[in-house]
Structures are given as C-alpha cells and as structure tokens.
Design a protein around this ligand. Structure first.
Ligand SMILES: NC(=O)c1ccc[n+]([C@@H]2O[C@H](COP(=O)([O-])OP(=O)(O)OC[C@H]3O[C@@H](n4cnc5c(N)ncnc54)[C@H](O)[C@@H]3O)[C@@H](O)[C@H]2O)c1
Length: 276
C-alpha cells in the first residue's frame, strides 16, 4: 500500500542500485518522496531511478562511492541542488559482493583488505553520509537517518568478521546521532534485518543453506525486500516521530529464540510429537 505520508520529503538511499536498497527507493517514492538512488554502480542507479520515474514517481540517480568523502559531499550537494533539501537518509550500502564475502572470513584467515573494505564502505560510508546530510536537515529542524544492520551485528557467526564488526557499530551510530541532534529535530534508528534476499539473490545461495536459515526464522518464510522497505518507510515518516536512538528488529524472529530451538524441534518431530 502506498500513501502520501512522505509527500514533499527528499530521501537519499545509498546502495539502491539493486537489492533491498532498490526496493526501499521504490517504496519511499511510492509514499511520495523524491528519491536519490545513490550507488557505486552508476548504470544500476540510473536503471532504478528510471523505473521509479516511469512508474510516476520522482527520482534521480547519483553515482557515489560512500567510502570517499569527496564523493559523499558531492552527492549531498547534487541532491540539494536538484531537489532542494534532504529529509531522509537511509544508509543501506554495503560491500557484499561474492569476492568480498569469500575474503572476509574468520579471524585467523581474514584478508585484511576485505576487513578494511567492510569497515570503509559499511561503517565509514554511513558516517560520511550522515556527516554530509545532517547539516541540511538541521536547517529545517527535521530529519530521519536510518542504518541497515544485521543479526550478524549482535550474534557471532563462522565468517564475515569485518561485516559483523561494521554492523555492530551501526547499532551504536543512531544512538550517537539521536543524542547529539535529537533536540534539533533529527531522529536516527537502525533496522536489524533478518534474511530478506532480493529475488535475484536466492540463486546465489545453495537451497540447503536457505533451508537452514528458513528453519531459524520464526516466520513461515524468509523475509522479502518489501517487508524491510515498509519498516524503512515507517522510520522515515512521522508515524515514527517518537522513535529514535534505537534498533528496530525486522528479522522474522531470527534472533528471538534459544540456540537449541531448531535441533529440539527436529528431535521432537523425530520422536513423533507434532504441533511444534
Ligand atoms: N538482504 C538481506 O537479507 C540482508 C540481511 C541483513 C542485512 N542486510 C543489509 O541490507 C543492506 C542491503 O543488502 P542487500 O542484500 O540488498 O545487498 P546488495 O549487495 O544486493 O546491495 C548492496 C548495494 O550497495 C552498493 N554498494 C556497494 N559498495 C558501495 C559503495 N562503496 N558506495 C555506494 N554503493 C555501494 C552495491 O552496488 C549494491 O547496489 C546491506 O546494508 C546489508 O548489510 C541485508
């Protein structure tokens, strides 16, 4: 469902050339926001912005590497120049390509270049975008800053050391921003996301792995990009005007259960007990 709840607002969604970011851009535009589709992949950003415009929304594409301060400052200036203001910043961009994930391993086998890239894009990028967008929000005493974080930011796992460390830091950043600028009308929150793969991402994960992850979500199915985008739209809008400095968990119950639950469920099923 779309509403006019973001009419007149201008949103930047980083990493919105594909995946969850693209869906967030579409949904925010559907609620009436003018959206800057910002991505390191210029063609992808152009494609998503073009689709939004074709669907009757307002969007522009911006090519940005969020880890570079000059790029980020130019992105903010371009958006203000074209759309006049920035009301919403969704820090969604993350280095998640296959090569990066293969090198960002357990500590003893960690490729430090991959660790540095995870921190540079996921964490430094979010800091830089906040640094260069919040000043414009302050001129109107209103703004919403959102961070995409993950269960891996709060729970240990076998790999993705740099990714996990960066996502843990993204749980702290909204608290910092809420404390520093809350009295001046700026809200900041994180969304802790469970597995909500875009359609094209399902193929990159083995079915067996998806089954394990599905078993650990307490919803019948894994999440969808739309379910995450709806939470982002809530945090972007005045519907969440009393929500700041916190993490909204949208993870299908991935982080809510005892570590032994899945094994116990299987144990009881094997023992012929149904209904669990
Ligand atoms: N999809 C999920 O199930 C899931 C789960 C937990 C958290 N998340 C988080 O949600 C966000 C989106 O995830 P996704 O699955 O859509 O990822 P994705 O890899 O599909 O999309 C990431 C986007 O970021 C862009 N990007 C990469 N480096 C960049 C840079 N330096 N500057 C600008 N853009 C850059 C990529 O080009 C890409 O378009 C990420 O922050 C991720 O950590 C996703």
């Amino acid at each position: 469902m779309t509403t006019g709840k973001l009419d007149g607002r201008v949103a930047i969604v980083t990493g919105s050339g594909g995946g969850l970011g693209a869906e967030c851009a579409r949904v925010l535009a559907g609620h009436g926001a003018r959206v800057a589709v910002a991505d390191i992949n210029a063609d992808a950003a152009e494609r998503v912005a073009g689709e939004i415009v074709q669907a009757g929304g307002q969007a522009m594409a911006v090519r940005v590497d969020v880890s570079l301060e000059d790029d980020v400052s130019a992105m903010a200036a371009t958006v203000i120049d074209r759309f006049g203001r920035i009301d919403i910043l969704h820090n969604n961009a993350a280095a998640l390509d296959v090569q990066q994930r293969q090198r960002d391993r357990d500590i003893c086998n960690l490729d430090m270049a991959a660790f540095d890239r995870a921190i540079a894009v996921n964490l430094r990028g979010a800091v830089l975008c906040s640094k260069h967008c919040i000043p414009d929000m302050l001129t109107r005493s209103r703004g919403s800053v959102i961070f995409a974080t993950s269960g891996l930011g709060v729970q240990g796992d076998l790999s993705l050391t740099g990714y996990a460390a960066s996502k843990a830091a993204l749980i702290m950043l909204p608290r910092v921003i809420a404390a520093q600028y809350g009295k001046q009308g700026i809200r900041a929150n994180a969304v802790q996301i469970g597995l909500a793969p875009a359609e094209n991402a399902h193929g990159s994960m083995p079915a067996e792995l998806l089954d394990i992850l599905r078993d650990n979500h307490m919803t019948p199915e894994l999440g969808t990009p739309r379910q995450i985008a709806d939470v982002v739209a809530f945090l972007a809008s005045d519907e969440s005007s009393f929500v700041t400095g916190t993490t909204l968990v949208a993870d299908g119950g991935f982080g809510c259960h005892t570590p032994s639950l899945v094994a116990m469920r299987s144990f009881f099923q094997k023992a012929g007990k149904t209904g669990m």
